[in-house]
Design a protein around this ligand. Structure first.
Ligand code: GRF
Length: 310
């Protein structure tokens, strides 16, 4: 990534060296504040009226990339300087960008889906992508269970699958490191737990900080830590009148991180754990796709425990 970013910055650098250049440190600093990037160093350089050296330009590109705003930055920059698009095209893809209809855009977000079972939630993601409702790509589906039907669903749609069984007496973190390697190799930017029956280690949660989501079949924080029919049985036995599902970011505690989407269903007097599971499952499929869409379209941010619109 660093190399592509350097090359991209260099292309612009060569251009701004030319005598008709319209870019100085002030215009760059202004672009940053216009697009909501706050960087003390750039402000200092602007106060010093510093020249835009190759290093300074690379630093600016790196900052924009790190806060996931390289596309916005490039769009603003293109109003000041024209760069040969053919020359920069080859650097865009590795940086997760595309140039479409005259605008720089983020490329399709790459998702890694972790599963252990039947995979109806995975299917909902696949369907949404195929219908054009969700702009994303499933880069890989990983299962810790060999016979998970989810693997078959992925294969049926030409999606790469990996069966990753834990080794005998393997430490949780060691398994998670093997898992992370697969996800990194496939360029995964978002990890979706869709019925993955393993608890992730703090190491893994940090490795993909803020980029792991989970779907749970209750309205969290109620009925956390339970799985499958047990959740719905507990809901009925408690006498709840509503239940539902929650999609949340994953932190180090089980079923605990900031909530992205919740959907409710009513519990009727004649509901059984099975009937309730079915009703909730339908909502899960909607909620999970909705949450991935919000992330893919870069529409939300986390403030403390709250997930709010940008
Ligand atoms: C879902 O109920 C989900 O909430 C839970 O595991 C189940 C997975 O179902 N985390 P499926 O494999 O997606 O059909």
């Amino acid at each position: 990534m660093r190399d592509e970013l350097k090359n991209l910055a260099d292309l612009y650098y060569l251009k701004i060296l030319s005598p008709d250049m319209k870019i100085d440190i002030h215009s760059l600093s202004r672009i940053f504040s216009d697009i909501g990037i706050y960087d003390e160093n750039i402000k200092k350089l602007a106060n010093l009226n510093a020249p835009v050296s190759r290093e300074v330009l690379y630093y600016i590109f790196l900052k924009a990339y790190e806060v996931d705003k390289l596309h916005t930055f490039l769009n603003a920059l293109s109003e000041l300087v024209d760069v040969d698009l053919n020359a920069l095209q080859k650097f865009l893809k590795p940086l997760g960008l595309a140039y479409v209809n005259g605008l720089f855009k983020k490329d399709l977000i790459k998702i890694g889906v972790l599963v252990s079972g039947r995979g109806t939630n995975l299917q909902a993601i696949i369907d949404a992508i195929e219908n054009g409702d969700l702009r994303a790509e499933i880069a890989v589906v990983v299962s810790n269970k060999k016979n998970a039907y989810a693997l078959q669903r992925a294969k049926d749609h030409g999606i790469k699958t990996v069966y990753l069984p834990p080794k005998k007496d393997e430490k949780r973190e060691d398994y998670d490191k093997r898992l992370a390697e697969i996800l990194h190799e496939n360029g995964v930017a978002l990890v979706v737990l869709a019925g993955f029956l393993r608890i992730l280690s703090p190491w893994f949660v940090h490795e993909f900080e803020g980029r792991i989501i989970n779907i749970h079949p209750s309205l969290l924080p109620s009925f956390a830590g339970l799985y499958g029919e047990k959740v719905h049985r507990a809901v009925i036995e408690y006498g709840c009148k509503v239940t539902g599902c929650t999609v949340h970011f994953v932190d180090e505690e089980v079923d605990h991180g900031p909530i992205i989407v919740q959907k409710c269903v009513e519990v009727s007097d004649d509901d059984t754990p099975e009937s309730l599971a079915q009703k909730v499952l339908e909502k899960e499929h909607e909620a999970l796709v909705e949450a991935i869409k919000l992330i893919a379209e870069d529409k939300i941010k986390v403030v403390g425990r709250r997930v709010i619109r940008k």
